[in-house]
Design a protein around this ligand. Structure first.
Ligand SMILES: *Cc1c(COP(=O)(O)O)cnc(C)c1O
Length: 380
């Protein structure tokens, strides 16, 4: 029996990505590694539509957030933390532990962040230096309209730092165009690579802040990372996860060859089709507003039965995530980051139907028909 990994990280990786990671190691001080790192820079700049360096270091998404924030947060600095879920809360926790003077804006879980709310909070707190936002809140399946939020901010804007861990690679991310100053992500979600690589991009304004802030971390010293990247043969200051860099290179080549816009459209088509099918089964989606639903992860309300449903799906060979934090027992979350199409829609909906039945729920029939109509509509 097959096993299907449908969790929001790690995600299944394409065969050639896994094969790339199996290639023999090289030294991270030899010229070939410089070529690899240079190529990764170009591919990531292309994906992000940015100039300037994209730092790559060992770590998960949390490591990327901590590295980015640590580069410019000084104890006592005023930080506006906007959270609509578990990962917004984590970003806030990092700022608090670093001694930030944190002002919190909390949005109900399942809703997106309103640009007006953020503008008001900034008008009331004129001394905010950093704003923390989450692009795709993986715990609820919400995608925030980063560009609108930034555009609504009063000028001069503080530095805007974005957690794009679960959006990069699966939906458009253009931090420079959006007026964002820092973006952090990692390899194991939309970038279709095994876990272990953290990445950070910063705007010139953010780099200036980094230069004015003495680094208290050796490992996350962003200036050291930049100095090494700027060499004629780019390098890492410390030993990088070389084989994961091979894998990331293969994954980015795949996304580039597919065409980024075409790839994002395929992810959107899958997400919207799946959402229609889920609704037709009689389930409720946590995120009511379609335009704010993630293209990478879908959360379903299953009050009080997440554990049982997760276990039942696992027994069928389908691994999904339950909720997080306060919604732990009330949600299950299906991720759909990979190269998935109609056969996987049928797989997801069919297994959900069976699991609901086995848990004593009464799903409606006709979900496949509803999904098929949505599939054709979204593909038109
Ligand atoms: C996965 C994720 C993270 C980081 O989680 P790690 O387990 O540290 O990789 C952070 N933010 C968001 C939005 C995420 O989805």
């Amino acid at each position: 029996m097959g096993k299907f990994l449908c969790t929001p990280g790690p995600v299944p990786v394409p065969d050639m990505v896994a094969a790339a990671a199996a290639r023999p190691l090289m030294s991270h001080r030899e010229p070939d590694f410089g070529s690899l790192l240079g190529r990764l820079q170009n591919r990531l700049r292309d994906l992000l539509h940015v100039d300037g360096p994209v730092l790559l270091f060992p770590g998960s998404g949390t490591g990327a957030l901590e590295g980015m924030l640590g580069g410019m947060l000084r104890p006592g600095m005023k930080v506006l933390s906007v959270s609509c879920g578990a990962f917004g809360d984590r970003f806030r926790d990092i700022a608090l532990r670093m001694g930030g003077d944190v002002v919190s804006v909390d949005v109900p879980w399942g809703s997106s962040v309103s640009p007006e709310r953020v503008r008001e909070a900034l008008q009331e707190n004129g001394d905010v230096r950093l704003v923390l936002l989450t692009h795709n809140e993986t715990s609820t399946g919400v995608t925030n309209p980063i560009w609108r939020i930034v555009r609504a901010m009063p000028e001069p804007r503080p530095l805007v730092l974005v957690d794009a861990v679960s959006s990069l690679g699966c939906m458009p991310c253009s931090p420079e165009t959006w007026g964002v100053d820092g973006l952090a992500s990692s390899s194991q979600k939309g970038l279709l690579t095994p876990p272990g690589v953290a990445l950070v991009w910063l705007s010139p304004k953010a780099w200036k802040a980094v230069e004015e802030t003495p680094s208290r971390s050796v490992f996350f010293d962003l200036r050291a990372h930049r100095t090494f990247l700027d060499k004629v043969e780019p390098q890492n200051p410390y030993t990088p996860p070389v084989t994961l860099f091979y894998a990331l290179d293969a994954a980015l080549a795949f996304l580039g060859e597919y065409g980024h816009a075409r790839w994002f459209a395929a992810r959107r088509r899958f997400a919207r089709t799946f959402a229609e099918g889920v609704r037709a089964l009689g389930c409720t989606l946590l995120v009511a507003e379609e335009a704010r639903r993630s293209w990478g992860v879908t959360a379903l309300r299953v009050p009080g039965m997440s554990k049982r449903l997760q276990k039942t799906l696992r027994d069928l060979g389908v691994e999904v995530a339950e909720g997080q934090g306060r919604l732990k027992e009330d949600l299950i979350r299906f991720a759909h980051y990979g190269d998935l199409g109609w056969p996987e829609i049928a797989l997801y909906l069919g297994s959900l139907y069976a699991a609901l039945r086995e848990c004593g729920a009464d799903p409606k029939t006709g979900a496949l028909e509803a999904a098929y109509a949505a599939w054709n509509k979204e593909g038109a």
